[in-house]
Design a protein around this ligand. Structure first.
Ligand code: UDX
Length: 435
């Protein structure tokens, strides 16, 4: 079986590279020729642990990258669609890239093909794809469509690919289901076979549920601060109940990244169109936006409202550790709010470059932690990069203007916090009530 993967974002490239690594013949396609050149030189166009290594051990053997979609379609039996489906301001999913790929498939199809939709698409999209190909383009060749949503997390996409909890296969065609199952068999995972709409819904419902879990623990954290409880222990105690589970119960600055925000809003939008309002999902998103404001309120409170012209150091810009992605990152909103309060901003992130932050205007971009802490009034941890766990606060206190730490990710244990406080710092985490 020859596979093509169309769209070389983190999902597409990870899928292409890992499918090649388990022995398939794979071609990755993207219309961006610069990106293709870069990948062909063995370079990943974004930061994703382990991916470069696996790319380089497979490239040019059974793994190739081209910008010629016609060739990719003609030469493959199975096509994975992994193009982006961003969201508009009004919450609608922009499926134009999917439509473009489907038009190309309609134009170049030259025999039986299995079309696998991996991108997150609105409910009903896979049926629409069949309709377009059969009734609009009137393709003469046989084909089947399979909905196969992706669940990869940025920063651990390779680990997730080789340790999948499940593969969801939505299709009404036994032959296509068997073909896709055969591809995933070496990953030794569980399969769930459903119809199109159910598969599409599983993706949205999973992301909405995970986001809701985070917003729930963030609200509990805010309450913990008022009643003198510790949210880390609360989450641990809750998570020990197998019905709840320990994952996605880390309180902090709220979730970021392109997926949760995009998918929750798309789902809420879909629910409105069919008069089945999703109040919990909509509230999860509202709580998440408020969580960023809570951090800003903490900064104001700890600085006793004397914020004008004071310097804030932002430690960590990416929406989580081990990625270079800053889309919907809490840090971006928080910096904007602090700037509105006329604070001076210094930033340090181990991966992010100055160019990525140009829309923020006047901020001081620093090359290391200590440069960023020099002369600052408050250090604010917004990404849980390992590097921040090893900051020498003894050394830092000699260069900081005021000894204040806001830990938006709860990166320190209670014992470490005690040591930090002994050094004379004011420390404030999320849901920990220690000042
Ligand atoms: C998510 C889904 O997890 C993945 O299945 C889907 O395919 C794509 O969207 P991703 O956005 O890459 O993946 O990252 P994820 O690890 O889910 O984290 C999302 C955000 O939630 C991050 O900002 C993270 O810091 C935050 N988060 C996560 C918390 O605040 N607390 C937690 O306990 C877990």
């Amino acid at each position: 079986m020859k596979i093509s993967v169309i769209g070389m974002g983190y999902v597409g490239l990870t899928t292409a590279v890992c499918l090649a690594d388990i022995g398939n013949e794979v071609v990755g396609v993207d219309s961006n020729i610069e990106k293709i050149k870069q990948i062909n030189n063995g370079v990943i166009p974004f930061f994703e642990p382990q991916l470069g290594e696996i790319l380089n051990r497979n490239i040019n053997n059974n793994l190739n990258f081209i910008d010629d979609i016609e060739k990719a379609i003609k030469d493959s039996d199975i096509m994975f669609i992994t193009v982006g489906t961003p969201i508009s301001e009004t919450g609608e999913v922009d499926t134009s890239q999917i439509y473009e790929v489907v038009q190309s498939i309609g134009k170049y199809i030259n025999g039986y093909k299995v079309i696998v939709t991996k991108s997150t698409v609105p409910i009903g999209m896979n049926n629409k794809i069949i309709n377009i190909l059969k009734n609009e383009i009137k393709v003469q060749h046989n084909f089947d469509v399979v909905s196969n949503p992706e669940f990869l997390r940025e920063g651990s996409a390779v680990v997730d690919m080789f340790n999948m909890d499940r593969v969801v296969i939505g299709s009404n065609c036994k032959k296509a289901i068997e073909i896709v199952q055969e591809i995933y068999k070496p990953f030794d995972t569980k399969f769930l076979i459903t119809g199109f709409e159910t598969a599409e819904m599983i993706k949205y419902a999973s992301n909405a549920f995970l986001a809701t879990k985070i917003s729930f623990i963030n609200e509990i954290a805010n309450l913990c601060e008022k009643v003198n409880a510790d949210v880390l222990s609360v989450a641990m105690g809750m998570g020990m109940d197998r019905r709840i589970g320990t994952e996605f119960l880390k309180a902090g600055v709220g979730y970021g990244g392109s997926c949760f925000h995009k998918d929750i809003n798309a789902l809420v939008n879909i629910s409105k169109m069919v008069n089945a309002d999703l109040e919990i999902a909509a509230t999860a998103e509202r709580v998440n936006n408020n969580q960023r404001k809570k951090i800003v309120q903490k900064i104001e409170k700890i600085l006793e409202n004397d914020v004008r012209d004071k310097t804030a150091t932002i430690l960590g810009i990416t929406f989580k550790a081990n990625t270079d992605d800053i889309r919907c990152a809490p840090s971006i909103d928080i910096i904007k709010m602090l700037k509105e309060m006329k604070m001076r901003i210094k930033v340090y992130d181990p991966i992010v470059n100055k160019e990525q932050l140009k829309e923020l205007g006047d901020i001081v971009f620093c090359k290391n932690v200590y440069e960023s802490l020099e002369g600052t009034d408050v250090a604010i941890v917004l990404t849980e990069w390992d590097e921040f766990k090893n900051i020498d606060w003894e050394k830092a206190k000699k260069i900081m203007n005021q000894k204040i730490i806001i830990d938006g990710r709860n990166i320190y244990s209670l014992n470490e916090i005690k040591e930090i406080i002994k050094l004379g710092y004011k420390y404030n985490g999320v849901g920990r009530n220690i000042v």
